[in-house]
Ligand binder design. Structure first.
Ligand code: HEM
Length: 173
């Protein structure tokens, strides 16, 4: 019943499109547990909280939003939302994301079992995006043996080669 209130114009609760079944392990509401770890050669290590919503409306696509918060003040930090799609009859995945920092990116990669590895294919940014600009992004999502979702993000900037920026584990709520 709650699904119909989320989709007020929909006559029926969504049936999962078989196209997204290989990514169904990502579906749900997830909360960081423990807090995520941020790193980068130019940064002091930091921690963050994150809420993740990954859903579908019956289309051959997943909808996602990632919403980070400061662990002490709970102030909103990084936010991004977008779509994940599978190329029909393959394990090729595309990931499209808009971020509150003014970046829009497309990543491509593959799903193998309960692991998704993707790399940026194109990154666009607003004219006054904060520097240093990110040049490349790679991510890995996996469902671990405890049923928790993990995300690892690495990036290269104008000044730094590809290095890990984020690692976080989420529990399903
Ligand atoms: C810094 C990119 C996600 C927190 C940075 C920097 C870049 C960047 C390019 C500047 C690095 C430098 O100064 O050398 C990204 C990208 C993300 C992402 C592309 C997603 C794909 C996140 C998330 C958090 C976060 C989820 C969680 C809170 C920070 C913090 C800094 C930082 C605290 C340092 C302060 C600042 O520059 O705002 N990030 N980031 N980032 N990032 Fe991320």
């Amino acid at each position: 019943p709650y699904l119909s209130s989320l989709l007020p114009f929909s006559r029926e609760p969504p049936t999962m499109n078989p196209m997204v079944e290989p990514l169904s392990w990502m579906l749900g509401t997830w909360l960081s547990d423990p807090p995520g770890s941020g790193t980068f050669p130019t940064l002091q290590p930091f921690q963050y909280l994150e809420e993740v919503y990954i859903s579908h409306v019956g289309q051959p696509v997943l909808n996602f939003s990632f919403n980070a918060f400061h662990p002490d003040t709970r102030k909103p930090m990084h936010r991004e939302c977008g779509f994940i799609r599978l190329k029909p009859d393959t394990n090729k995945v595309t990931f499209v994301s808009a971020q509150n920092t003014g970046i829009v990116e497309v990543e491509e990669g593959k799903v193998n079992g309960q692991e998704l590895s993707i790399t940026s294919h194109s990154i666009a940014r607003i004219s006054f995006a904060k520097e240093p600009h990110v040049e490349q992004i790679t991510r890995k999502f996996r469902l671990n043996s405890e049923g928790k979702l993990e995300q690892t993000v690495s990036m290269a900037t104008i000044t730094q080669p590809m290095t890990q920026h984020l690692h976080i584990t989420y529990k399903k709520v």
